[in-house]
Write a protein that binds this ligand. Sequence first.
Ligand SMILES: Nc1cc(-c2ccc3cc[nH]c3c2)n[nH]1
Length: 242
Amino acid sequence: MRLDVVSIFPEYLAPLRQSLLGRAVADGRIQLEVHDLRRWATDRHRSVDDTPYGGGAGMVMRPDVWAAALDDVAPAGATVVVPTPAGHPFSQATAADLARREHLVFACGRYEGLDQRVVLDAARRVEVLELSIGDYVLAGGEVAALVVIEAVTRLLPGVLGNPESAVTDSFGEGSPGLLEHPAYTRPVEFRGLAVPPVLLSGNHAAIARWRRDESLRRTARRRPDLVARLDPATLDAADRAV
Ligand SMILES: Nc1cc(-c2ccc3cc[nH]c3c2)n[nH]1
């Protein structure tokens, strides 16, 4: 997979060169290039924004600068991801879809965002996805791009340390729509708090049952919206007894 990220704060994307992802980039399993949007600015002040038509607070990012950048960075076949609070909700399913693509280009806005014609123009030749990572407002698209890139690249074979956890995590394909059960490690007692005895029993069926029950309980308590979306066909009699 190739990743290109365009931003006026390229140093915001430095975390992409850390940890497991950084190792995948360093050894070429993932190609990553971060671009400073000002490279495509045309005036001597290298400006990238202007006042909004129709008035209102803040500045809007100029279409000419962004279009020139995407013309260079997003060839036919690339998928352009534009983080925005007004985007389609980003989900694990979206991450799985993006993980199957060859080339992702992230257009990270600042100020009040990109002139909408940047999206309209790019959509004439490549797929453009406007994505929201949640119903809260950030100061720019860089952090959202980091979130999407991490969620996507951890699904790529050979990037994540333990491929199994990509399945068993909350929202993983192994338990679609359920929150992950609690996890424990040594010591067996910590500050007066014990590990649930079933986890020490060696009874794998009982452990699996306990974990499933905990996932169901946790999901019912914290995310009733997910319970409402559960496919009843995926629940067995023991699930229904929780
Ligand atoms: N889900 C979410 C995305 C954003 C976001 C994305 C891009 C820009 C550009 C300027 N402010 C931005 C905010 N906030 N919250």
